[in-house]
Ligand binder design. Structure first.
Ligand code: SF4
Length: 349
């Protein structure tokens, strides 16, 4: 997954305990100081990097300091989105929204001021008090998404940010951390979350994953890992996402749900819940993808079924038109009730 040969780092990140720890774990790797982790011309502004999209994710790491620590309300997957401890990813899902504003490269950026991030989250949790009304996020706990812009399981291969956040939530009985992942990292099994972290394994039909989920653990591995993670103290949910509409999609989702029903033990099914997220895409990412993985765009970019919407930052996002989306969600819910009726849907979007 990672064979780091180059680190770009803000000086303050290099000076921090977490930054020093990461660099010490990568002896001999060249370190280049940069003024900002967010604007590195050799990475983000270099269109020659498109052909090296995956290679850069393997061999490049960025270290930065997260200056704006803000917890945002969400209300769908989680009650709150915590300030992430990373941005970017070593995996290369073709539909990933994280690189939308990052130009021509999206390797992992680790934020080294983890103590500040954890302290901020602790203060926020304590300020909420107890959750008094159950909601779709959780019946009792305030749920904080800790991995909005990366994959915490992969981050844990190179630093302790994920471990520190899981440890913090262990001591917060009114809250729960939550993150989606497409990578099975057995190291996480030793982190003793004591039920205060929800891991959401993302699932899609095998055929879609082979085309779109580049560098991830296979769908078989993710399903097989669910019981181990539950037994290690995680709450285990599933993200059925993104749902990509193409000929044969219903048959393949039925097969996936049947596999889930066959493989998962009853103890995992009893506590499981799912989110369903229909594909959204983006014009500039479409253009970047054409440079490194054009076959993915044959299923992701379907202008006849999708409608475009200009986002606040000016980029053009596309999603299935409302009628198509409504009908597809109804069909997927029907497949769920037929093949995995135990899988409660927390929300569909
Ligand atoms: S695992 Fe998540 S963050 Fe990483 S590339 Fe895939 S969608 Fe993006």
């Amino acid at each position: 997954m990672l064979d780091v040969r180059e680190i770009y780092a803000e000086p303050a990140a290099l000076d921090s305990p977490r930054g020093r720890q990461v660099v010490a774990r990568l002896p001999g790797v060249r370190v280049t100081e940069v003024a900002s982790h967010w604007r590195i011309p050799a990475l983000h502004g270099n269109d020659g990097n498109v052909g090296r999209w995956v290679r850069i994710k393997t061999d490049t790491l960025v270290l930065g300091v997260k200056h704006t620590l803000r917890t945002r309300p969400n209300g769908r997957s989680a009650d709150w989105i915590a300030p992430g401890s990373s941005n970017g990813c070593a995996m290369a899902c073709a539909y990933c929204y994280v690189p939308r504003r990052k130009g021509y490269a999206n390797p992992i950026t680790l934020f080294t001021n983890i103590e500040e991030i954890v302290a901020h989250v602790r203060r926020h949790v304590r300020a909420q008090g107890r959750k008094t009304e159950p909601n779709q996020c959780d019946p009792q706990a305030w749920v904080y998404d800790i991995g909005e812009n990366g994959d915490c399981s992969v981050d844990a291969l190179i630093c302790d940010n994920t471990s520190d956040l899981i440890a913090a939530f262990r001591g917060l009985p009114t809250a729960k951390a939550s993150f989606a992942t497409k990578f099975v990292n057995p190291d996480l099994l030793a982190l003793d979350p004591q039920g205060r972290t929800r891991v959401r394994f993302s699932l899609m039909p095998h055929q879609d994953a082979r085309l779109l989920d580049i560098r991830t653990s296979s769908i078989h591995e993710r399903i097989a890992a669910a019981a181990d993670f539950f037994d290690a103290g995680y709450e285990v949910h599933f993200n059925l996402s993104p749902v990509v509409l193409r000929p044969g999609w219903q048959l393949d989702w039925a097969e996936l749900l049947t596999q889930l029903d066959d493989v998962l033990p009853a103890r995992v099914k009893r506590q499981a819940a799912a989110e369903i997220i229909m594909l959204t895409h983006n014009q500039s990412l479409h253009e970047v993808n054409l440079g490194w993985h054009p076959r993915a765009e044959e299923v992701l970019w379907q202008p006849e079924a999708q409608e475009a919407k200009r986002s606040q930052n000016g980029s053009l996002n596309v999603r299935y038109s409302p009628a198509i989306k409504r009908e597809s969600l109804a069909r997927l819910r029907h497949l769920l009730s037929t093949h995995a009726p135990w899988l409660h849907v927390r929300y569909a979007f």
